[in-house]
Design a protein around this ligand. Structure first.
Ligand code: KG4
Ligand code: ZN
Length: 340
């Protein structure tokens, strides 16, 4: 251990994953995630149940993160936590825990914006992945968010566009629900789509100005289409599942790619970093590889465990804030809506 090494305990509890990580500088020593299975039976996240599960999980998850990293809490330099955006009851658990532990250990507290963390996850030390140079465009796509951000520096970011209604992950999950697939349906739609024809069915793309997104109209048109088809043929979904999934996925990816292209044209930037759970989608990965070859873009996708909600990404923001001497007051409050 070098004396100037910085050890950060990071805590993430904004939605339905309770996570704790230990970083030594920009290197992840442990990243423990307790995913809450309870929401599956309800077809979506139930906020009250999420808060209760965070309360049950937070102590064991933090203990596990320290044990896996082989770090004693007395070695910690600071505690970083997700202040927002997210579900207030969920955020309160992580925020209160981080505040109490930081006070108990008499170490600084660092507040982190969850959306910035998804972007700065690209700066976690990983010899297999190169880091994007500033400025770059970030596309954050998950069950809770859809944003295109112009990233000029670590803490100089501008949201160029975001969803006006559903997030892209929700579009996948809600379409899957219409098809009778379990929650979260995104990975299942992806799996079926690989076996189907993307041009089998056509769904309308929303007309939204600029770089904003909208996915709720697509969901409605899928619902009406399925209702009409199953009325005529009750086995329609069963017989055409792969083709339906391929067509839905194609439409969602077209919507995303159109906006990314526009953002690149408007800014002149061809470096694109993607993050969020939907970054796991095989179709978007293929599209980005194609863009890399055909348009000369440089694309960056972090390891999957750093794409979905995790505390390591909170830790990397904590590390950079520690270097910049940016600490939070001990009376800081969680913020469900937290813009940057
Ligand atoms: O980042 P994440 O784990 O949690 C948040 O929502 O913040 O993202 C989960 C979302 C879900 O909507 C899930 O269906 C979607 O990511 N997802 C996928 C795939 N894997 C996860 N969507 C499409 N294709 C996938 N392979
Ligand atoms: Zn997230």
């Amino acid at each position: 251990m070098k004396s100037k090494d910085i050890y950060i305990l990071a805590i993430e509890s904004s939605c339905d994953d309770t996570s704790a990580a230990i970083l030594c500088n920009d290197r992840v020593l442990s990243n423990v995630v307790a995913t809450q299975e309870i929401h599956k039976q309800y077809g979506g996240v139930v906020p009250e149940l999420a808060s209760r599960a965070h309360q049950q999980n937070i102590v064991p998850v933090v203990h596990q993160a320290l044990a896996k990293a082989n770090i004693d809490k007395k070695q910690l330099s600071a505690i970083a936590f997700t202040r927002g955006p997210g579900l207030l009851g969920s955020l309160l658990v992580g925020t209160s825990f981080a505040k109490s532990l930081a006070q108990g250990l008499d170490i600084p507290l660092i507040e982190v914006n969850h959306m910035q963390a998804h972007i700065l996850a690209h700066f976690i030390d990983d010899e297999k992945q190169s880091k994007p140079e500033f400025p770059f465009l970030a596309l954050t796509i998950s069950g809770g968010h859809t944003q295109i951000v112009l990233v000029k520096d670590y803490f100089d970011m501008e949201v160029l566009g975001e969803t006006l209604d559903d997030a892209v992950g929700e579009a996948f999950d809600k379409s899957a629900k219409i098809l009778g697939l379990p929650y979260p349906g995104g990975p299942l739609v992806d799996k079926c789509a690989r076996l189907g024809k993307a041009d089998a069915f056509t769904f309308p793309k929303p007309k939204v100005e600029g770089l904003n997104f909208s996915f709720s109209g697509l969901k409605t048109s899928i619902l009406y289409f399925i209702q009409k088809q199953t009325k005529a043929d009750p086995k329609f979904i069963e017989t055409h599942l792969n083709d339906i999934c391929a067509s839905i996925q194609y439409t969602i990816l077209e919507i995303l790619m159109d906006k990314i292209k526009l953002a690149s044209e408007q800014t002149g930037i061809t470096r694109l970093a993607i993050g969020g759970g939907v970054a796991a989608n095989s179709g978007i990965r293929a599209r980005l590889q194609k863009a890399q070859k055909e348009w000369g873009w440089q694309t960056y996708i972090p390891k999957f465990e750093f794409c979905t909600d995790n505390a390591a990404m909170i830790g990397i923001v904590g590390y950079h804030k520690f270097l910049a001497n940016t600490f939070a007051k001990t009376n800081i409050a969680a913020k469900a809506r937290y813009k940057y």
